[in-house]
Write a protein of this length. Structure first.
Length: 728
């Protein structure tokens, strides 16, 4: 029987009413009854009235009235065999929709008293299915059993990828059939509405692709085009699909949907060069096989994903534990290879504002920082793409390291982002024919005519991010947010406690140093009185001892005075204004030169010293300390030389004092600005060890920073920077 239809046009594929075709395939007949009254409403055209009456007479109306409404994935229920006039036996099935009861009749073959195919399936096939260890083995078993049940010449098991393309995972062939194992079928081969129908009706049989559709007619002779045939065995299919089958050299086909977690995972597709049909019992077995395979695939995927999630959770816990045991700064993540393993990435980066830390193969730091800014601007907690160039301008230049990106935003306030990168993977895809639809001479888009192997190299993408990897990234994000918040609270609590302790220490040091001044003076004074009043009765040794007491008391007094000054510096209110440092430095040079008139220190004051916004008195104290130190520690030099110059950086200005004196080892640099910290003995260089601590306290109270650089016997340089005033 040859189809007598106009050539189909694929431009209207997605608009075709495939659920309401108003026609059936000619290998059976259909009778449509009212859902409540069971009155006949429509039937296949050209069905003799006597045969329709015979079917109606033999139907069990009670059974029809009690049919449950059919749900998605359910098939019509078999009502057994009926005998029509003339000795033609019929296999009858029926199902209920909200508006109709649909009865389908097909010619029945000879009665078969052997065990039902579904029994054989459960007895022999199910144990084999349960023993399959991986997906390819599972699919091959299903293909072999489906071919045994159906007798079709070629059976394919294929799944759909994330883009909707089908990939053949297993097949069985009879002689004379082309192999499609490992080939891909483009998503366009199955329109959207057809995919949706595969979710509703899990079984479809086309015995002969050359058929001419048989219209459904109402009992009054009108067309019956609004009857939903979504789950009917006899539903007429799209003429586009029939042409596709004929182009493929297939006259009979059968498909069984594979549904995993409520989604269309793939299909079992059977092809035959010649016409072929199946009895209802064999169809039930084939459909049941599809259900068993779907369940086993779902169980296998769930087990694999559970194992992956467990492994990734252990990695996440390990990373979080490492941070929790440290200071909690996220840049520590890049010190562990666990960060890469967590997302199976080639490279990763932690970004905090403009600072970037990386591990593995990553784009340049500037590109990473720009990408992190773009991720934060999207406003998403988690961003994942295996084709970054599709979303991010300029990503084509990053394919070698970052064709795909997974990113989590820890804080949008500070642009704190963790990114994982995957390189480009150029995939070789073997299609069953050129996937591009062709256009005929009349400009009509038509189904593909060739299914010969056609190889395509697909680039620009990375391996896709798995759901388990995305879940691990989200879990890590939540854990890190918890750590960051906890550390922030701890730091706030510590800062509050430290401020309280500092105030108490300042008050204590002020009180102690103030109260110690008088006793130190008394000690020195009484030593003088003893020498003055009784000196002639005291021996030389006693006088030497009293001299040591005076010196110790004087030095202790200096320490007390320095400690008192240090305490006052923390308590005094700042009175900042613009200070001309050139004038201030010139005055200090004159003052320090008068203090040591016998020395010839060469003072070099560079031009262009800045105006600084600071408390004039405190700024002078800090600068005098640095310049006095430079003068003191060049005392052993034949040609002492001190340079004072301007410095600027990051919106701040300041001074640097460099000398050619004794210098220091940089490993001790951290000690220099501490209270009572000395690198030289008092016999070598006098001093209390508080001067640099005063400098640091003064500068930090102004919001600035200090530094020191040196080399033993090669001199040292000390400097400070203060923020520029908004009034400048």
């Amino acid at each position: 029987m040859t189809a007598d239809v106009n050539p189909p046009d694929l431009t209207s594929c997605d608009l075709e009413p495939i659920r309401w075709p108003g026609a059936v395939q000619p290998h059976g007949r259909m009778l449509v009854l009212h859902a409540q009254t069971l009155a006949p409403l429509a039937a296949s055209a050209r069905w003799p009235a006597a045969e329709r009456a015979a079917v109606l007479a033999q139907l069990n109306r009670t059974a029809l009235a009690s049919l449950p409404a059919i749900g998605a994935g359910s098939s019509p229920i078999s009502l057994g065999r009926l005998q029509l006039p003339g000795g033609v036996a019929q296999e009858v099935s029926a199902h209920r929709t909200p508006a109709h009861v649909i009865v389908e009749c097909e010619d029945a073959g000879p009665e078969n008293h052997s065990p039902a195919p579904i029994y054989e399936l459960a007895r022999s096939f199910l144990p084999l299915l349960q023993r399959a260890r991986d997906l390819p083995a599972l699919c091959l078993l299903a293909a072999q059993e489906m071919q045994r049940l159906s007798g079709f010449g070629r059976t394919l098991v294929y799944r759909f990828d994330e883009d909707g393309h089908g990939q053949v995972l297993a097949e069985t062939l009879q002689e004379g059939y082309d192999s499609y194992l490992g080939h891909h079928f483009p998503a366009s081969d199955i329109p959207r509405q057809a995919r949706a129908l595969y979710l509703v009706n899990h079984f479809r049989l086309i015995p002969d692709a050359r058929y001419a559709p048989v219209p459904l007619e109402g009992m009054d002779g009108s067309a019956a085009a609004e009857i939903d045939l979504s789950q009917a065995f006899l539903r007429s299919v799209s003429p586009v699909h029939l042409e596709y089958m004929r182009n493929m050299g297939t006259l009979a086909s059968m498909s069984v949907s594979l549904i995993v977690d409520g989604k269309l995972w793939g299909l079992i597709s059977c092809h035959n060069h010649g016409p072929r049909t199946l009895a209802l019992s064999a169809r039930a077995a084939c459909e049941h096989l599809g259900q068993l395979l779907s369940l086993q695939i779902g169980a296998m995927q769930a087990a694999e994903e559970a194992a992956e999630r467990l492994e990734l959770r252990q990695l996440t816990l390990s990373l979080v534990a490492q941070l929790a045991e440290s200071d909690g700064t996220l840049n520590r993540l890049v010190r562990s290879q666990g960060l890469l393993r967590l997302a199976r990435a080639g490279g990763a980066a932690v970004v905090l504002d403009e600072t970037v830390w990386t591990v593995g193969e990553t784009p340049p730091a500037a590109e990473v920082e720009a990408l992190a800014r773009w991720v934060v601007d999207r406003g998403e907690d988690v961003y994942a793409s295996d084709e970054l160039a599709r979303d991010y301008p300029g990503a084509s230049a990053l394919l070698a390291q970052a064709a795909g990106v997974l990113a989590v935003s820890i804080s949008q306030v500070h642009r704190h982002v963790i990114l994982w990168f995957r390189p480009e993977v150029v995939r070789t895809v073997r299609w069953a024919g050129n996937p591009r639809k062709s256009v005929d001479e009349g400009g009509r888009i038509q189904p593909r005519k060739s299914f010969d192997s056609w190889v395509e190299h697909v680039g620009g993408r990375s391996a896709r991010w798995l759901p388990s990897e995305l879940a691990a990234a989200r879990e890590l994000r939540e854990a890190l947010i918890g750590i960051v918040l906890r550390r922030a609270q701890e730091m706030a609590d510590a800062a509050t406690a430290l401020a309280r302790v500092n105030k108490e220490l300042e008050a204590f040091s002020y009180t102690v140093s103030h109260d110690l001044r008088a006793p130190m003076r008394h000690i020195a004074g009484y030593a003088d009185l003893v020498l003055e009043l009784d000196g002639k009765h005291i021996g030389e040794r006693g006088k030497r001892y009293l001299g040591h007491v005076k010196e110790a008391a004087a030095f202790a007094g200096q320490l007390v005075d320095a400690l008192l000054d240090f305490s006052r510096l923390g308590r005094a209110a700042l009175k900042p204004r613009s200070v001309d440092t050139a004038t201030m430095v010139a005055e200090l040079v004159r003052e320090l030169s008068r203090d040591e008139p016998g020395r010839r220190v060469r003072w070099e004051v560079a031009p262009g010293l800045p105006r600084l916004y600071a408390d004039p008195l405190l700024l002078q104290v800090a600068t005098r300390n640095l310049m006095a130190n430079a003068q003191k520690y060049t005392r052993g030099e034949a040609a002492p030389h001190v340079v004072v110059r301007a410095v600027s950086r990051d919106g701040m200005d300041g001074l640097e004092i460099e000398d050619n004196g004794v210098g220091f080892d940089m490993k001790y640099a951290a000690k220099l600005f501490g209270v009572f910290q000395r690198l030289h003995t008092a016999e070598e260089f006098e001093g209390t060890g508080i001067g640099l601590a005063n400098v640091k306290r003064i500068v930090e109270r102004h919001g600035g920073e200090v530094w020191a650089r040196g080399e033993p016997q090669r001199g040292a340089s000390f400097g400070f920077l203060l923020p520029r005033s908004s009034k400048d």
